[in-house]
Ligand binder design. Sequence first.
Ligand SMILES: Cc1cc2nc3c(=O)[nH]c(=O)nc-3n(C[C@H](O)[C@H](O)[C@H](O)COP(=O)(O)OP(=O)(O)OC[C@H]3O[C@@H](n4cnc5c(N)ncnc54)[C@H](O)[C@@H]3O)c2cc1C
Length: 124
Amino acid sequence: MKIVIIGAGPAGVSVAETIRTYDHASKIVMLSSEPYLPYSPPAMADHFINGSNLHLWRGKDWPKQTGVSYRKGVIVRHIQPDAHRLQLDNGKTMKYDRLVIATGSRLYAPVEDQKCPACTISNP
Ligand SMILES: Cc1cc2nc3c(=O)[nH]c(=O)nc-3n(C[C@H](O)[C@H](O)[C@H](O)COP(=O)(O)OP(=O)(O)OC[C@H]3O[C@@H](n4cnc5c(N)ncnc54)[C@H](O)[C@@H]3O)c2cc1C
């Protein structure tokens, strides 16, 4: 079975390691839009303030140790669930048997457009 994980943040890494705990046979592919190995955003403060790499990342060998085929700098543009296929920004496609979407989230706070009693911004 080929399992593709989109995202190399804490969620994606946790999924990959958990799958490997129970399943040593499946092929795991992890895609990240970022040009780095998996890292922990919460540990960045300690890294930049104190120079500590202790909790920043799991090391260069992480893909090899976990048997994950890691592809950095690859953006998934479209998911075609009926075809079990991804369209990537490099023009290529990728098939999968199982897909994990671990792409994080972005803050969206449309306070100006909603009636919110706690808002300090005057609403229409
Ligand atoms: C500076 C900083 C400090 C923080 N400190 C704390 C803390 O102390 N405690 C705490 O609980 N939380 C903290 N957070 C929040 C925490 O980092 C997030 O909650 C956590 O990273 C979410 O993990 P995630 O795996 O869901 O998503 P993310 O870490 O956002 O990872 C998303 C992954 O998806 C990839 N991706 C997204 N879209 C695509 C696409 N289309 N194609 C391919 N790849 C894609 C990205 O490249 C990335 O690898 C902090 C965040 C920051 C930035």
